[in-house]
Design a protein around this ligand. Sequence first.
Ligand code: C2E
Ligand code: MG
Ligand code: MG
Ligand code: MG
Length: 285
Amino acid sequence: DLALYRSKDEGGGRHNVYEPQLHSHAEERRVMEIALRKALEKDEFSLAFQPVVDAASESLIAFEALIRWSNPEFGQVSPSRFIPLAEDARLVVPIGNWVLHRACREAVTWPADVRVAVNVSAEQLYEPDFVETVVEALSETGLAPQRLELEVTESVFLREGSRAGETLDQILALGVGLSLDDFGTGYSALGYLSKTRFTTIKVDRSFVQGAANGMQESIAIIRAVVAMAESLGMSTTAEGAETEHEVRVIRDLGCKKIQGYYYGRPMTADDVASLFGGQQTTLYG
Ligand code: C2E
Ligand code: MG
Ligand code: MG
Ligand code: MG
């Protein structure tokens, strides 16, 4: 993508305008990668946990663990920014292992009917010992496999010969749940849905917003995803519901679970612990 910008600049003769920006962007990536390399040992990562509720009862059923990076030089860096960088630099495997262990360690202190969802990058899944890593995280923390759910995106099926399908089957055989994240935003060849028995399909926030704004296309897509999931024996989660209106629209469309700012923003592990101080499992209880 950098090359694309460069040739455009050269053609348009706007070297002076774009070149310094381009340079600082590449340079920033390089410096950020160096910082990322040291972030684990410097203990700069933490996890935030966002509630997922049952659409019908509004009771809390899970938290999604979301990584946070706080660095002295860069401040708070969004995972949308540094995870792709970590993937390119092959740092996402150790970082992902850390997330998995930390998330399980936290979840084991919660009420037994509350699960934890952990995002897994394709690069992690392609590691030959990935299943072992998951087994280890469970046995070291004592978390029941049924309380763990891994979230992957369609991109895991992109690399040929990666045996992603087999790895996912082994994960399912452990009793661990499996969610298909950001559904509808990537390459959707759908064929893999007949092979991998995902527990849940997560409908991307863009469709949730669209449906709430009355966009017929988004409504049709959510309807189709819900119907397809149901006939495949899978559940559905709507991502990113921010308003009561969005929640109502999603629920009417039949999504089984809801996650979004309306029910709760990502919160610290301590906030989650104090939420459970009174053993309550409903957010508005
Ligand atoms: P995701 O897995 O789809 O996670 C949901 C993202 O949507 C989170 O952003 C969450 O804070 C945000 N979100 C939730 N509800 C709402 C809402 O109502 N409105 C809006 N506008 N946003 C909402 P976050 O934490 O910035 O994470 C972004 C992405 O980074 C994640 O998307 C996931 O792809 C990746 N990511 C986060 N943590 C990890 C991790 O531990 N490992 C890996 N491999 N990727 C991670
Ligand atoms: Mg996710
Ligand atoms: Mg998502
Ligand atoms: Mg998303």
